[in-house]
Ligand binder design. Structure first.
Ligand code: ATP
Length: 193
């Protein structure tokens, strides 16, 4: 079975936090591949400023073109909306029988996890790796056995919100997104530029 990490999100836009996190998962040999699962719409997020899913997917693919083992997937685009992770994981399992899927989420999302649809079902059926994120404390006392919090990994102080804010204010985004992403965003005048 190909160990496939599903790393879901809006990727609005993709940034070095996403990319380096995925690389670290591979570097630690926790997965054979990491799939950035671009979500058409997150049931827990506001819609303002959200680029359409095809554009977010295209930017993610551009950013990952030279990153072996990390791919951006559009598998959620053909599923009913809004996208619920338990449904996505079940659909992936049905569609790719040669792969063992598990979930990778950032520490902010683990804090929100009890609000996810069928959180207990996900925990019972899919291993979860939680990647720490600056500013989000993780309580490791009460973790279910299938949930693992990574420790001693590099932390990435970036968010898509900060990227969008920096773009709007004309600030330098080169530390947060790859040059080709910055170029594409400016060329296509995305995010109201
Ligand atoms: P936004 O700022 O728009 O809310 P975001 O930067 O949190 O976006 P998402 O696309 O929502 O990015 O995140 C996708 C996944 O990546 C989530 O599981 C999130 O927890 C995780 N993630 C994003 N940025 C980081 C980071 N800097 N460190 C660790 N995990 C991260």
């Amino acid at each position: 079975m190909i160990r496939t990490a599903v790393f879901g999100g809006s990727f609005n836009p993709v940034h070095y936090g996403h990319i380096n996190l995925a690389k670290e998962i591979l570097r630690q040999d926790l997965a054979d591949e990491v799939w950035l699962m671009v979500s058409p719409r997150n049931p827990l997020k506001q819609q303002a400023d959200l680029l359409d899913e095809q554009t977010r997917l295209r930017l993610a693919r551009l950013a990952l073109a030279d990153v072996p083992g990390v791919f951006a997937s559009d598998d959620e685009f053909s599923l009913p909306r809004p996208s619920y992770t338990w449904k996505t994981l079940d659909a992936l399992r049905g569609k790719y029988p040669d792969r063992a899927f598990f979930l990778v989420i950032g520490g902010d999302n683990w804090q929100l996890f009890p609000r996810w649809a069928r959180a207990d079902y996900i925990i019972a059926n899919y291993p979860i790796i939680v990647y720490p994120r600056p500013g989000y404390d993780l309580d490791e006392q009460s973790l279910p056995p299938s949930v693992r919090v990574l420790r001693s990994v590099p932390l990435f102080p970036y968010s898509s919100t900060e990227v969008r804010a920096a773009l709007r204010s004309g600030a330098d985004v080169s530390a947060m997104v790859p040059p080709e992403i910055e170029k594409a965003i400016k060329l296509e005048k995305l995010y109201g530029l």
